[in-house]
Design a protein around this ligand. Structure first.
Ligand SMILES: Cc1ncc(COP(=O)(O)O)c(C=O)c1O
Ligand SMILES: N[C@@H](CCCC[NH3+])C(=O)O
Length: 420
């Protein structure tokens, strides 16, 4: 059975009509039939609501949608239409944000390994702020800005050494991680940056990790950053932006409860008393994660002695999160036929044992040709897809209020194999 109540907790635009799953009034089965599978589908209204929720919770703040979560320019455009800027981590993401209509004056750029061409592009576009992650980067950026006759606005990304209590691969603000500069010595970097005449110091940046289901680690990080803000202000630095990164977690398991932007605001805003800088947030997953589903078709069923396998046409190349983080994604049939339930592994066609979407999962008995929907797939889904096993990456469809449009064609073999 499809439990509409549970589904709506993921995305209120999901509905069950006559046993079939709909998103914003559009039948997911009909989309699968029209565009083929695997297929990513996104709800634009959900994305709009999430940006609005951040703007309401943090009035006056700049919400820079973290493009890394889902870089489809049409998805970015929806966020931008609600007033969001963009947080980017590469030259490619800069181009995606610009293609999605984001004003460079609302773009912030983090990343430990920005290359010269990437920095040049961002300097030329006069983005709002470079979140600089090392001393070397300060020198290189200064040289580039000077050569191009520009000033680059910068924040230094500080590493507040806070445990975000999330998966170790997505914890970014601990001392041993590669990100940012050491909190204790950050002031030295600011003093040095002040000597570099093509840089303009405008902010402080931190980002402690991703998929945070508990907002309390933000308190620790923001307290530290506010302390630094006060010390820098006393030294005469003009800190105009306090960028506290992204990371708010979302519901993956039915029992998860992703904190709301409002809960984050309640934790963080009281710490900002007397701070005159504008707040910047960089949410990614909490904007697009539960906007999206991955639709896939059952190819074969395998009844082995030890367990059942439901083999579908989406693999780890389409959605890698289960394989690399052992991540849970809720999986439901697109159409419930009221059959009995079994415990099965839902796996893809890739030649790896780690190629699974769900393991030991209780799910309604499915047959060849049926469709499944993988929930919470709108962030770090397509964005992390690959061509492994020469598999074209899926098509993407954007749905809004009963209408839909293809926002990325399914890739062709010619495209993948066109190497020289
Ligand atoms: C610097 C930075 N900002 C923002 C984000 C977005 O994080 P999330 O998708 O968890 O909101 C990330 C990813 O963790 C990041 O590294
Ligand atoms: N790719 C990760 C999140 C990385 C966050 C980026 N700093 C995920 O799928 O959960």
């Amino acid at each position: 059975m499809l439990d509409e109540k549970v589904l709506k907790e993921y995305n209120p635009y999901l509905e069950v009509k006559d046993g079939e799953l709909y998103l914003e009034g559009v039948s997911l089965k009909s989309l699968a039939q029209e565009f083929g599978t695997p297929l990513y589908v996104y709800s634009a209204s959900y994305i709009r609501d999430r940006i609005k929720a951040y703007k309401e919770a943090f009035s006056g703040a700049l919400i820079c949608y973290a493009v890394k979560a889902n870089f489809n320019p049409e998805v970015i455009r929806v966020a931008g239409e609600e007033g969001a800027g963009a947080d980017i981590v590469s030259g490619g993401e800069l181009l995606a944000a610009l293609k999605g209509g984001i004003d460079p004056a609302k773009i912030v750029y983090a990343g430990v390994g920005k290359t010269v061409p990437e920095l040049e592009l961002a300097v030329e576009k006069e983005i709002l702020m470079f979140n600089v992650e090392s001393r070397d980067e300060l020198y290189v950026l200064d040289e580039i800005a000077g050569r191009l006759g520009k000033k680059a606005r910068i924040a230094i990304r500080v590493n507040p050494d806070v445990d975000p209590k999330t998966h170790p691969y997505i914890s970014t603000g601990m001392k041993k991680s590669k990100f940012g500069v050491n909190f204790e010595t950050a002031k030295e970097e600011y003093r040095l940056a002040r000597e570099l005449k093509n840089l303009e110091i405008v902010g402080i940046h931190c980002h402690i990790g991703s998929q945070l289901l508990d907002v309390s680690p933000y308190r620790e990080a923001v307290e530290k950053v506010v302390g630094l803000y006060r010390e820098l202000t006393e030294e005469g630095f003009e800190i105009r932006y306090l960028d506290i990164g992204g990371g708010l977690g979302i519901k993956y398991k039915p029992e998860d409860r992703g904190p709301s932007p409002h809960e984050l605001a309640k934790e963080v805003l009281p710490l900002l008393e007397g701070v005159e800088a504008q707040l910047i947030l960089e949410p990614g997953r909490s904007i697009t994660g539960n906007a999206g589903l991955l639709i896939s078709q059952v190819q074969f069923l395998k009844d082995k002695e030890i367990k059942h396998f439901i083999i579908v046409d989406a693999g780890m190349n389409d959605l890698v999160r289960p394989a690399i983080y052992d991540a849970y994604h809720h999986v439901v049939p697109v159409e419930s036929k009221g059959r009995e339930h079994i415990i099965a592994d839902i796996v893809g066609p890739i030649c790896e044992t780690g190629d699974f979407l769900a393991r030991d999962r209780r799910i309604e008995w499915l047959e060849r040709g049926d469709y499944i929907a993988v929930l919470s797939a709108g962030a770090y889904g397509f964005a992390m897809a690959s061509h492994y096993n020469v598999r074209p990456r899926p098509a993407e469809v954007l749905i809004e209020n009963g209408s839909y449009r293809l926002i990325r064609k399914r890739e062709s073999y010619e495209y993948i194999l066109n190497t020289i």
